[in-house]
Design a protein around this ligand. Structure first.
Ligand code: ADP
Ligand code: MG
Length: 553
């Protein structure tokens, strides 16, 4: 009996239609071709390999780092009538033997396994006997050190294509910018794979940045507005999660912390309580959340600045999976940048890697500081075209005045075009400003028609406008090609006069009243300060008198 993919979707999952891209992805896999799938969390990646697993003869091996979630996923499959199993250390040896037997007699359609298990003992050798028809690599960004959650055991997956060149591979992830995507394909050895990128737009998330002073007080008033609604607070350090939790508990909120330093039973317990709505607030490090399927998370707060936009997007993406409006808040102060920079400097990464991490951090900083629709920044980061501002982020709600910068944009973009998309920030500014330095002369850039067309603006003005252009999506940057700027379809529209560009006027640092200051809660009125001081003085006096008299105050 053979059924179609649509019938499989209906029969095993009960859904009537595919979401965008799912059908094409399944066709690609069914045709025996490799592919990379980029789809947000909750987007429906599993179906993309599970339906081919059902329809194809033989076994689909699903490689996933999420041991804790394998059981749930396998049970869900079995519940839908699909023969699946997992192999990991949580199984008794009798249970493992049973799975090995099922594999031997070809009874299973899907096997979930973590890479460290696949490559330990002689499991990998057994693959040959199991009639494998598809490899699915979930969370495949873990294979790339450019990604944000590199796991060395994932590197061994380059053996798959070497030993099984004819078995198709589908790699899936919810988080990879262009550099990471390219690297995933290279590491797995499927450079020719087709890449599918689903939309990352999450219009139900409201994006907000708040000044990083008085974070706890700000959180408390936020929570009072989000009465009882479940949410996550991400902190940089384990210690941070504990102190924030303590202050919230003291203020009467129902919060628990979660980090990788806790015993695994404790972690599962907290996670479960949160899933069941027994705990309202999880205060966690980034250890919390990968693969967690809770649809009614109403808000996500970043207590500290994340290290890059991918992580940030991944983490806020855990809010509002049910499509209902949800709030996200990022606290930001300049100290957060310094802390992150120091972490990079002191890490044992290569110089090249550090430079990349700093560049990624810089995009995160631009997100926090920019006066551009925040959704626009996020989507253009993932190279998704954006036509309109969202109207729903703090920037859109309090817009700063803008000016028509189409000509400025055209100058910058034609500088990029004339140099064949090979220049980075410094060189582009030198070309625009007509600075005849050695580097420029060496490349003959002083002969370009664009040389000096932007001499009317200062270097810092150009730097600001170019990064605004980047963040508003009218040009791209290739971090793996020495950070050179690239044109995209929106750039061409600008160059051919089919699209207007508006930018926020540059204000020199010395004259700038930061967005932060402009929005900081007002100082207490003078009378209140005096009154508080008086009360404090009185309290101390009463205590002194009581002490002297040997009675309680
Ligand atoms: P991801 O792995 O991308 O985070 P999942 O594969 O776990 O997401 O899917 C998220 C949810 O979406 C699941 O509950 C799944 O059953 C549901 N889903 C997937 N495809 C469809 C579809 N075509 N129609 C309706 N729901 C779907
Ligand atoms: Mg998944």
């Amino acid at each position: 009996m053979s059924i179609t993919k649509e019938q499989a979707l209906k029969q095993f999952y009960g859904y009537d239609s595919f979401r965008p891209q799912q059908a094409e992805i399944i066709d690609t896999v069914m045709a025996g071709n490799d592919c990379l799938v980029l789809m947000p969390t909750g987007g429906g990646k599993s179906v993309c390999f599970q339906i081919p697993a059902i329809l194809r003869d033989g076994l689909t091996v699903v490689i996933s780092p999420l041991i804790a979630l394998m059981k749930d996923q396998v049970e869900a499959l079995r519940g839908n009538g699909i023969n699946a199993a997992y192999l990991n250390s949580s199984l008794s040896s009798a249970e493992q033997d049973k799975v090995m037997w099922q594999l031997k007699i070809g009874e299973l359609k899907l096997l979930y396994i973590a890479p460290e298990r696949l490559f330990s003992g002689n499991t990998f050798e057994f693959l040959r006997d199991w009639n494998v028809s598809l490899f699915a690599i979930d969370e495949s960004h873990c294979i790339s050190s450019w990604g944000h959650d590199f796991r060395p055991e994932y590197r061994q997956l380059n053996a798959l294509k070497k030993y099984f060149p004819h078995v198709p591979v589908i790699a899936l992830t919810a988080t990879a910018d262009r550099v990471t995507r390219k690297d995933i394909l290279k590491q797995i050895g499927i450079e020719d794979a087709q890449t599918f990128v689903a939309s990352f737009d999450r219009p139900n998330l409201s994006l907000n940045v708040l000044p990083g002073r008085g974070r706890i007080q700000q959180i408390q008033s936020f929570l009072n507005k989000h009465n009882g609604q479940p949410g996550i607070i991400y902190c940089l350090s384990r210690k941070g999660t504990e102190t924030v939790t303590a202050s919230l508990q003291k203020a009467g909120f129902q919060a628990e912390y979660y980090h990788a330093g806790l015993p695994s039973e404790k972690r599962s317990k907290v996670q479960e309580q949160f899933l069941k709505d027994d705990i309202q607030i999880i205060v966690a490090t980034i250890a919390f959340g990968m693969g967690i399927d809770k649809s009614n998370v109403r808000w996500v707060i970043h207590y500290n600045l994340p290290s890059n936009v991918e992580s940030f997007y991944q983490e806020i993406g855990r809010a509002g999976r049910d499509g209902s409006p949800s709030d996200t808040v990022l606290f930001y102060s300049y100290m957060d940048i310094i802390t992150r920079q120091e972490m990079i400097t002191n890490s044992d990464q290569s110089e090249e890697q550090k430079e990349l991490l700093n560049a990624k951090l810089n995009r995160m900083k631009q997100y926090a500081e920019a006066d551009i629709c925040r959704r626009r920044i996020l989507l253009s980061y993932f190279n998704e075209a954006v036509d309109q501002d969202c109207g729903n982020c703090d920037v859109c709600r309090n817009p700063r005045s803008r000016f028509d910068a189409t000509v400025i944009a055209q100058k910058a973009l034609s500088g990029i075009a004339r140099t064949k998309e090979k220049v980075a920030m410094g060189m582009l500014i030198d070309i625009l400003r007509g600075s005849k330095n050695r580097n420029i002369l060496q490349h003959g850039y002083d002969k370009l028609p664009t040389f000096g067309v932007g001499h009317d603006l200062r270097g810092e003005e150009w730097a600001e406008y170019i990064s605004q252009l980047l963040n508003s999506g009218v040009m791209d940057i290739a971090y793996d090609e020495a950070h050179s700027f690239k044109l995209n379809p929106a750039s061409n529209q600008v160059l051919y006069g089919k699209r207007r560009v508006e930018l926020v006027k540059f204000i020199p640092l010395s004259e700038r009243k930061s967005r932060e200051e402009a929005k900081l809660p007002k100082e207490k009125p003078k009378q209140e300060i005096i009154r508080d001081a008086l009360f404090e003085r009185l309290r101390v006096l009463r205590k002194q008198i009581a002490d002297r008299m040997g009675v309680p105050p």
